[in-house]
Design a protein around this ligand. Structure first.
Ligand code: IMP
Ligand code: MG
Length: 189
């Protein structure tokens, strides 16, 4: 694999998951999903923007015919947290009726996004045949809302990570690996 010199790599304190580790794990997930959904009509639903890169790699490791679509939900900033609502900003273009839906997320942290967006309930109410969740990263120690994680790539500790789709202030999504930001970048040191 070609090693790239990225301008903003100096902001990374530590590489948590290398490009190779991610590729191996995504291939394993794809193989497992291919077994589990054999003979079923599979639809991947990517939560924008963070899961976009994971979706692209995961979809190519699944050996079944499938379709995919995108949703965007508002993040729960200071004001949305108090109102307790995470809105669906961009809805699906296609019907999920009678499809086996696998929601693809970059990271499940507190669980608020999946819970408060009512996304999973919403998909069930639109008569999806089944609704499951596949996340690249899972931070179980941070969970505040119970959400089912059916597939995960890696469990991570309570540290803020970027890369492979995950951002800080909109940046670092295009890092090919997952890393920990230097504290001085987010004002933590
Ligand atoms: P939750 O709603 O708290 O489960 O968090 C889900 C969303 O928060 C993810 O889709 C990310 O956009 C963001 N997020 C949570 N933890 C991290 C992190 O460590 N790095 C980057 N984004 C994160
Ligand atoms: Mg996200």
């Amino acid at each position: 694999m070609v090693t790239m010199q990225l301008e903003f790599e100096q902001d990374i304190a530590q590489v948590l998951l290398t490009q190779e580790q991610i590729a191996v794990r995504v291939a394993e997930l794809g193989a497992q999903i291919s077994v589990d959904y054999a003979g079923k009509e599979l639809m991947l639903i990517c939560i924008l923007k963070g899961a976009n890169i994971f979706l692209a790699d995961l979809a190519r490791q699944i050996t079944l015919p499938l379709s995919y679509d995108f949703v965007a939900v508002s993040s729960y900033g200071a004001d949305t947290k108090s109102s307790g609502v995470v809105r669906i900003l961009k809805d699906l273009d296609e019907s999920v009726e009678s499809k086996h839906v696998l929601v693809v997320e970059d990271i499940v942290d507190t669980g608020l996004t999946l819970r408060l967006s009512y996304l999973l309930e919403n998909l069930r109410s639109r008569r999806a045949a089944s609704v499951k969740v596949c996340t690249l990263l899972d931070k179980p120690s941070r969970r505040r809302m119970d959400v089912p994680v059916d597939y995960y790539g890696f469990q991570v500790e309570d540290r803020f990570v970027v890369g492979y789709g995950l951002d800080y202030g909109g940046k670092y999504r295009n890092l090919p690996y997952v890393g920990v930001l230097k504290p001085e970048i987010y004002g933590g040191g």
